[in-house]
Design a protein. Structure first.
Length: 181
């Protein structure tokens, strides 16, 4: 299932960051849909874009400090979104928690992790060291999220992709151990 399944997502101006099923669209969560797909002898896959957040989201309203930005400059939205700072452990923990819950509660066989935005305002006002470490710490954070989720859900096939040829692209092995790949 592609974009639009998560909380508050009715257009591209809201919802990124709120990675739980939209209560209006899925009052019983994703489980009934996943079961129906599985009953048709198909695996269920889900689209996410976890490193992004819309300013119109519960996550951003609670944690505007979690986005990459310079405190002296306006935050530039690209595609109506801002970039979460995955160099921060609290951001990593949030994403691990949200995605782990989805994968634990649902029979999801495939995750498509989209990365569609280039980085602007690469600042980290409260960086633990030199804020220029943002680039390395961000990638290390992405790897921590992926590694943790891969350990907890080894049956899930992961694909990283980008609909636009912009920004950093990271490769995440989606090989299934039960297939000998």
């Amino acid at each position: 299932m592609d974009d639009g399944w998560f909380h508050g997502r009715n257009d591209d101006h809201a919802g990124l960051g709120d990675w739980w099923p939209d209560e209006k669209k899925f009052p019983n969560g994703l489980a009934p849909l996943v079961k129906r797909v599985n009953d048709l002898s198909m695996d269920f896959g889900l689209w996410v874009e976890p490193e992004m957040v819309n300013p119109n989201s519960e996550l951003y309203r609670a944690h505007p400090d979690w986005v990459i930005h310079f405190p002296t400059r306006a935050r530039t939205e690209g595609r109506n979104q801002l970039i979460l700072n995955l160099g921060r452990t609290d951001v990593q923990d949030y994403l691990i928690g949200q995605l782990d819950r989805l994968l634990t509660e649902n029979n999801i066989a495939f995750i498509k992790w989209d990365m569609n935005r280039n980085v602007s305002e690469p600042g980290w006002p409260d960086a633990p060291e030199d804020q220029r470490e943002l680039w390395v710490r961000h990638v290390q954070g992405v790897y921590r999220v992926w590694g943790t989720l891969r350990e907890r859900h080894p049956h899930v096939i992961w694909q990283s992709c980008s609909g636009a040829a912009v920004g950093p692209i990271w490769v995440f092995c989606g090989c299934r151990s039960d297939l000998g790949e």
